[in-house]
Write a protein that binds this ligand. Structure first.
Ligand code: AMP
Ligand code: MN
Ligand code: MN
Ligand code: MN
Length: 287
């Protein structure tokens, strides 16, 4: 059982500037229609959607928080760190994100080669067609596999080819957790550990990750994401209290095809949490 409820704030959202299905303007419209008043656009390793999102937010009366979701590593684990309140024009951040995109471009070639080895037609062009800067992420390959009739849906494409341990999974040389947190802080932002439950860690390993994240300069943890179990929300809230971390919430909405995720819908934050938006100078409206 999950307790998704409509929220006035959603601090984790994707557009076509990374692997989302909606353009920044269409995403903002969907978020506004859900009743959200404050949103962060947090595309993977890209800030390219922020300018058009800002324009759309101004028209619809939403407040936009500049965000990004950076792929990094801690030991063998791929971890995502969301930066909130960043300066998207910060030169060092822009340069690091450029390197991330170059890594993604190189990986796309390898993914395609691996798929061809599996007897699948060359899908690089198809996967690149809908991708930002023509650089496909794994979901773009998943969509191309579905369009080519190889897989029945995106989940099937990940399960058969793209997920960890599958033939077209490519281990990445992402930057370390400390580096990603450093980039965000240097650009004036607050570092938030994204969707901790999705790393499928034991309690002990989750504890170690959160402690390391805090020691490395992280400020907050996503305590509530869409469809998260109530027990896991409570567990993360306890960890936040223990380590003095603030709490964030976001749907991680990628577009209408994942019908079980809606913008602005996630469990509420437990009242003992210190909300991350207080660090961003944002107050909850009292109506
Ligand atoms: P990438 O950043 O290119 O490695 O792709 C990771 C993205 O793929 C995530 O942000 C999700 O949007 C999506 N994803 C990861 N695992 C799955 C899965 N099992 N099924 C569907 N989408 C997934
Ligand atoms: Mn994604
Ligand atoms: Mn993520
Ligand atoms: Mn995300």
């Amino acid at each position: 059982m999950n307790q998704n409820v409509p929220s006035w704030i959603d601090l984790h959202l994707h557009s076509t500037a990374s692997d989302g299905e909606l353009s920044p303007a269409d995403l903002v419209a969907a978020v506004a229609a859900a009743g959200v008043k404050v949103m962060a656009l947090t595309d993977h390793d890209s800030v390219a959607g922020l300018a058009p999102a800002r324009t759309a937010c101004a028209v619809l009366g939403l407040q936009l928080v500049n965000g990004v979701e950076i792929s990094c590593r801690r030991e063998a684990l791929d971890v995502h760190v969301v930066g909130l309140g960043i300066d998207p024009d910060h030169p060092a951040l822009t340069e690091h994100l450029g390197v991330q995109m170059a890594r993604r471009a190189a990986r796309a070639q390898v993914i395609n080669t691996r798929l061809v080895k599996e007897g699948i037609p060359d899908l690089l062009e198809a996967a690149s067609a809908g991708a930002p800067q023509g650089i496909p992420a794994r979901p773009h390959f998943a969509r191309a596999l579905v369009a080519a009739g190889v897989c029945k849906d995106e989940k099937d494409a990940f399960g058969k080819y793209l997920a960890l341990g599958k033939p077209a999974y490519v281990k990445m040389d992402w930057p370390g957790l400390e580096e990603a947190i450093g980039w965000i802080r240097e650009a004036g932002g607050v570092a938030v550990l994204a969707h901790p439950h999705r790393y499928k860690l034991t309690r002990t390993k989750l504890d170690l990750l959160l402690r390391h994240f805090r020691d490395a300069g992280g400020s907050a943890v996503e305590v509530a994401v869409a469809n998260q179990e109530a027990t896991s929300v409570q567990q993360l809230a306890d960890f936040c209290s223990r380590y003095g971390l603030h709490a964030s919430k976001g749907s991680d909405y990628h577009g209408p095809s994942m019908r079980w995720v809606q913008p602005g819908k996630m469990p509420p934050l437990p009242s003992r949490c210190q909300p991350v938006w207080s660090l961003l100078g944002i107050q909850e409206p009292n109506n």
